[in-house]
Design a protein around this ligand. Structure first.
Ligand SMILES: [Zn+2]
Length: 104
């Protein structure tokens, strides 16, 4: 089963474990797993912040669960770059919050 929120993809995979019953994903349950990236000392609303090789940052949004699960993203300067699907990485339309910064 591909990502349940976005169009089917050629490769199938099991549904993410956080869909049933709906809960917030764990850092290791996203694709790719957030735990592959550099773990920072930052925590946002209970979610660990990870830094990617390009200097950008990501953390789970602890308020969204199941099919509504999201990863918040920030560029290398800490500016909010929107929320993405934790399974396929698709940007959630309209999710970029102008002026929002990663708290340090
Ligand atoms: Zn998706």
């Amino acid at each position: 089963m591909p990502c349940l929120r976005h169009p089917p993809q050629p490769h199938t995979r099991p549904p993410p474990p956080y869909l049933s019953p709906p809960r917030g994903p764990k850092d290791a349950e996203t694709l790719p797993p957030l735990t592959l990236f550099n773990r920072t000392s930052l925590v946002v609303k209970g979610a660990r912040v990870y830094q990617l090789p390009d200097g950008s940052h990501r953390h789970l949004d602890t308020l969204h669960k199941g099919r509504g699960a999201e990863i918040e993203t920030y560029n290398g300067r800490g500016h909010h770059m929107g929320a993405i699907c934790p399974q396929c990485g698709a940007l959630k339309p309209g999710s970029i919050v102008p002026g929002r910064r990663l708290e340090r």
